[in-house]
Design a protein around this ligand. Structure first.
Ligand code: SF4
Length: 60
């Protein structure tokens, strides 16, 4: 996979972020928050679903 895009996106600090890729090697930012769309317009600057990522796991 390529380096994750939008390094300044809030998603990179969120436990709901899931990285997905396609067969061409592109990397996408996906969200697993149940109340939000899987793909939001990037870069995300503020988000009601934000949950700080904890070391070694997903959302607390
Ligand atoms: S909950 Fe918000 S900040 Fe967290 S990954 Fe989803 S869109 Fe990004």
């Amino acid at each position: 996979m390529t380096a994750p895009p939008f390094p300044d996106s809030l998603c990179h600090r969120c436990g709901h972020l899931r990285l997905s890729g396609n067969r061409r090697g592109s990397t996408f930012l996906a969200c697993d928050h149940p109340a939000l769309p899987r793909y939001l317009p990037q870069p995300v600057r503020a988000c009601r679903g934000f949950s700080p990522r904890v070391a070694g796991g997903g959302a607390p």
